[in-house]
Design a protein around this ligand. Structure first.
Ligand SMILES: [Zn+2]
Length: 70
């Protein structure tokens, strides 16, 4: 299970495109961590997309590239 990743419809363009942290909007570079897919729908359009977090937020929100699901 994952923490509360914002819905796709709540993301900025940068967040949606994977350029910014989905939690704090920091510009992402090396060390960005995938936090899985977030879902959203506008009318009949499915906006679900894979999103990323900066290393700090990945730790804060319990996502980590290492250490498996714990
Ligand atoms: Zn962040």
């Amino acid at each position: 299970m994952s923490a509360h990743v914002p819905a796709a419809t709540e993301l900025s363009r940068a967040q949606y495109s994977g350029w910014a942290c989905v939690f704090c909007s920091a510009r992402l570079g090396k060390g960005a961590v995938s936090v899985g897919r977030t879902e959203g729908r506008v009318g009949s359009v499915d906006l679900s997309v894979e999103v990323y977090a900066c290393p700090g937020c990945a730790v804060t929100f319990g996502f980590s590239r290492q250490g498996g699901s714990q």
